[in-house]
Ligand binder design. Sequence first.
Ligand code: HEC
Ligand SMILES: [Cu+2]
Length: 364
Amino acid sequence: MNSLTSLAQSEGGFWLPPARSTFAQMTDDHFFFVYWVSVFFFLVVVLLMIYFMFRYSKPAGTPAESHVDHNLPLEVVWTGIPSLLVIYMFWIGFQGYIELSTPPTDGYNVHVEASRWSWAFRYPENGAEASGANADLNQILSSSETLEEKDKQIAALFETEGLHLPPGVPINLTLTSADVLHAFYTPDFRTKLDIVPGRVRRIWFEPTESGVYALYCAEYCGTDHSKMRSRVVVHETREDFDAWLEKAGSYDTTRPWSELGEKVYKRKGCISCHSIDDKPTNKIGPTWKNLWGSTRKYTENDVMGSAVADEDYVLESIRDPMRKIANGYTPQMPIKKVTEEEILFLFEFMKSISTYSDSGKSGG
Ligand code: HEC
Ligand SMILES: [Cu+2]
C-alpha cells in the first residue's frame, strides 16, 4: 500500500493544502493575483481616504464648497487601469475554465454517485464498486483514540474503500446524484463541482503525487451533510492500482451472508439513514433492529395499510422506496443501485438482527 498522508494533513487547517494536481498551481496563481490586486486597491482607497480626512478638514461652520473640476487624465487612469485588470482576470479565468471543461480523451474513467450521505465509486473497466466509507470514517474521527491510532484505522479502511486512482494519468469523472444537490470537492486537487440530480456532470484532473487526500461534499444536502466525507487514494504504481481493482467491490462469498449483508449496509450507504440498534438516533429512517417479521404500518397513495416486513416488503422498499412510506417517517429514501445478490445478503443481515425472524421466513 502507498504512503498515507497523516490525519493532520487531510483534516482541517486554515490554508488550502499543497497543490497536488496539474491545475492546482494555476488555480492558486489566479486566486492570489485577484487577492493581491484587491489588497492593493483596498489599501490605496482606505489610506487616501484617511489622508484626505485630515488634509481637507475645515473648522466647523465653514460654508460647504460645491465646485469640483473635471480632471480628464485622472478619470482616464482610474477607469483605464481597473478595466484592464478586470479584463485580464476574466481572460485567465476563462482560459482555465475552457481547459478544465475539456476532458482529455486518454483519461481514466470512474463514475461517482453521490447520495445522502454517502459516495459510491464505480469502475467501468471491470464493474467494481467502492464506497465512500464515510460512516466508518466519521466513527474513527470522532472516537477518543490517539491521532496515530486513528491514522492507522483510517489507512486500513481506505485500503479497500474510497476513490482509488491510478497515478500519472488524467482522471475523467462522471458524476450523478441519486437524490439532491451535492458537490464533489477535493481541496488538494483544487477540484470542485456541483452534482445536480437528473444530470450527468463531468470533471477531470490529473494528480501529481500519490497519497491519500480528503474528499468532501461541498453543497449543503441535509442533516449529515458535514459527515459526507471520504478519501481519494492515488496509488504509487499502476500495478498497485490494478491489483486493488481486481479485488475491489467483490464479496468474500465464503463468509456467511448475514455478515456480507452488514457490508452491503455500510457500502451502499444504508448506514447513513438506518441504525441497527434500539438506541435513539437522529437518523432519518427506521431502525432495522427487529424490523424483519414485524408488522409495518405505512401510507401508500394516501391510503393506510400494513404488511409484515418480509422479503417482498424489503425488496419493494429498496427498489421503489417512494411507494410505501412507513408511518412516522417522510419519503426521503433514494433509489440505490443494489444488486440482486446484495439484496439476498441484506435479507440475512436483517434477519440476524431481528427476534421475529421466524415469522418472516415462512412468507415469501
Ligand atoms: C437518505 C436516507 C436513506 C438511505 C440512504 C436509505 N434509506 Fe431506507 N428509508 C429511509 C426512510 C426515510 C425510510 C422511511 C420512509 C419510507 O418507508 O420510505 C426508509 C425505509 C426503508 C425500509 C422500510 C422500513 C420500514 O420500517 O418499513 C427499508 C427496508 C429500507 N429503507 C432499506 C434501505 C436499504 C437496504 C438501504 C441501502 C441500500 C437504504 N434503505 C438506504 C431513508 C433512507
Ligand atoms: Cu452532499
